[in-house]
Design a binder for this molecule. Structure first.
Ligand SMILES: *Cc1c(COP(=O)(O)O)cnc(C)c1O
Length: 346
């Protein structure tokens, strides 16, 4: 049927058949802005067009004008739904019938699980055994088959490849895939459509799908905007990679930013980031807690630690923002309430 994610909201979704058939499921070519534009059409009416909010308190604190793109309010709680929906909508019919597989510490898993359910595609998800309980439960709740592994001793990519090959599933990686990167870029594209050109765009950085996609959007929609990646201090492989001009691998970092515990950028995300991203900065975990409290107290929003990376770069001065028009991607809001309460109470 190839009707894409449109079954989710039959009354308002566009027909996606033509767009779906135009795309190949191969993710190895570098994505371009045209892929972001295609993704926007594919996911329109399926992914939420999330609000862009402002805060006078935040502006006073930074001396800037901050525009928060609230992907914590996205379906499945993070921007990952954009890429997942785009990648699944692009799959050919035979691959859809066999099913998809994903490995993820959480948000990509939930996104693939939800997009698969909407698409009626079977999903198998490989998750770390110590992933937040809420994320595992949500993934299972969307109907996916969840299998677990030990993130400190097992190679998840190798394991996922083996399982996918054995079961004939299409592996959809969390960031290093053309349709994923293009889908993630739609958040920044929507932001620019709403705010017009910006001086700075702050984007959290794990494997680089969101940052690469955002950079593609900025190049076209806000040329001259400085795109800056923000990593947890404990896991600055992106910063090291940009400095060295090649992908640098680190040990699994330990940070409360559980959505950014990647060890290296991807073969696709790195060249885009190298060519289009101005710089990469880091923030300590304490600054994430501080930003989490700001979002709760001032903006009445639950934002997960990883989702606070970009805002924390503005608040700490890691990126000087005074006098600038700044886009801040608030990437997700999935944090279980017990941990959230502990973060806020500390
Ligand atoms: C996945 C994720 C990130 C990092 O995205 P990458 O595309 O891997 O760089 C940041 N924040 C949240 C909430 C995430 O789920």
């Amino acid at each position: 049927m190839g009707a894409g994610c449109s079954r989710a909201v039959p009354d308002e979704a566009p027909t996606m058949t033509a767009i779906v058939n135009a795309g190949s499921s191969s993710g190895t070519r570098l994505p371009t802005f045209a892929d972001v534009a295609t993704a926007r059409e594919r996911i329109a009416g399926i992914a939420h067009r999330t609000p862009v909010l402002t805060s006078r308190f935040a502006d006073a604190r930074t001396g800037a004008t901050l525009h928060f793109k609230c992907e914590n309010l996205q379906r499945a709680g993070a921007f990952k739904f954009r890429g997942a929906c785009n990648a699944i909508a692009a799959l050919p019919e035979d691959a859809r019938r066999r099913g998809v597989m994903a490995y993820s510490s959480g948000n990509h898993a939930q996104a693939i699980a939800l997009a698969s359910r909407i698409e009626n595609v079977p999903a198998t998800i490989l998750m770390p055994a110590d992933a937040p309980a809420m994320k595992v439960a949500a993934t299972r709740g969307y109907g996916a088959d969840v299998i677990t592994y030990d993130r400190y001793s097992e190679d998840r990519e190798a394991l996922a490849n083996t399982v996918a090959t054995d079961r004939g599933l299409t592996l959809i990686p969390p960031y290093d895939h053309r349709d994923i990167i293009a889908g993630q870029g739609t958040a920044a594209a929507e932001l620019f459509a709403e705010t017009g050109p910006l001086d700075i765009l702050l984007v959290c950085l794990g494997g680089g799908g969101l940052l690469a996609g955002s950079a593609l959007a900025a190049s076209e929609l806000s040329p001259g905007c400085r795109v800056i990646g923000v990593e947890p201090e404990a896991g600055d492989d992106g910063r090291q990679s940009l400095a060295k001009g090649e992908v640098v691998r680190i040990d699994v970092p330990r940070s409360i930013a559980d959505g950014a515990l990647t060890t290296h950028l991807g073969d696709l995300t790195f060249p885009i980031i190298r060519d289009r991203v101005d710089s990469i900065v880091t923030v300590p975990d304490a600054a994430l807690v501080d930003a989490m409290r700001f979002f709760a107290e001032r903006m009445k929003m639950v934002v997960e630690p990883t989702g606070c990376l970009a805002a924390a770069a503005a608040f700490t001065g890691a990126v000087p923002c005074e006098g600038q028009r700044v886009g801040v991607i608030v990437s997700g809001g999935n944090v279980d309430v017990a941990s959230y309460a502990r973060f806020l109470a500390d």
